[in-house]
Design a protein around this ligand. Sequence first.
Ligand code: IPM
Ligand code: MN
Length: 352
Amino acid sequence: MNYEIAVIPGDGVGPEIIREGLKVLNVVSEKFNIKFNFIHYDFGAQRYLKTGEILPDSAIGELKKMDAIYLGAVGDPRVEPGILEKGLLLKLRFSLDQYINLRPIKLYPGVWTPLKDKGPEDIDFIVVRENTEGAYCGAGGFLKKGTKDEVAIQEDINTRKGVERVIQYAYTLVKKRNKKNKLTLCDKANVLTYAHDLWRRTFTEVGEEYPEIQKDYAFVDATCMWMVKNPEWFDVIVTCNMFGDIITDLGAVIQGGMGIAAGANLNPEGISMFEPIHGSAPKYAGKNMINPLATICAGAMMLDTLGEEKAAQTVENAVIKTISEGHIKDLGAGKMGMSTSQVGDLICKFIM
Ligand code: IPM
Ligand code: MN
């Protein structure tokens, strides 16, 4: 097969992790006879500071013609928080209508978890985060900004359509996984009695199509507790944009940290985007110290989504081998006992 992949390395450590991710995809290409045409885009802080441009609308048009997007990281200390996040990352998610943010929380054998007495058999679930609405939609504004009478409003918008499609996806994912056969709705229906009432009703209604799937409800605060205390209870969690953002950082920590956590922004009917969950980590930028495994795992998710399941599994197996055989000492930046590029080389060697 032939794929056109847009590559956006972005800011901070983005370029060096994407370099390793592409190295791995090139080896996969040879081994599995898959052709990739990588189209590079220099969106990010550097370009913004030079030209004032973040993500032109013309680029969105081009990206819509690709098969997938491979993204490094977004964010730079020289740019005020929110500008690049909203102008680049969220604009990509929204304008390509990537309504699913898929974040697997999976502890690989040999990875240290801060959870005492928990192992890979206990930590294996997926968070399905709504990715286009909620508090992220950017609706709101200020009144009397900067005065002592200031009012700031940030709307939390939940549409029936948006809620339904993410819940529908989550149910089908439970079926496809065929593991615990359980879907947990993580919400705050005891306080957000309008927004999350809509989530609950939709969850129940869509759930009628899936009588064989166990329906489970957990408030977001309790979800945080259970993720630490009894992560083995979870199979698939579906949740809103903001709660999904928060609980997946907790999830990343219990699966061994930001060095390994990967995510996918999916539009099942359109163009999807794959990225590590960690940010641009400016203090490590250019030092060849950061762990590229999260980006490599995001690459595996991209292969899987493109339908190249065998190639995806091979990459994942190489990651597992690198960790479980102790080739990499620790998943943290600067603690791996290897450089960023050496980790990439090793994965390539295990794939070949
Ligand atoms: C994430 C990030 C983003 C988010 C930021 C950078 C806008 O934290 O992908 O989880 O909040 O979605
Ligand atoms: Mn986040």
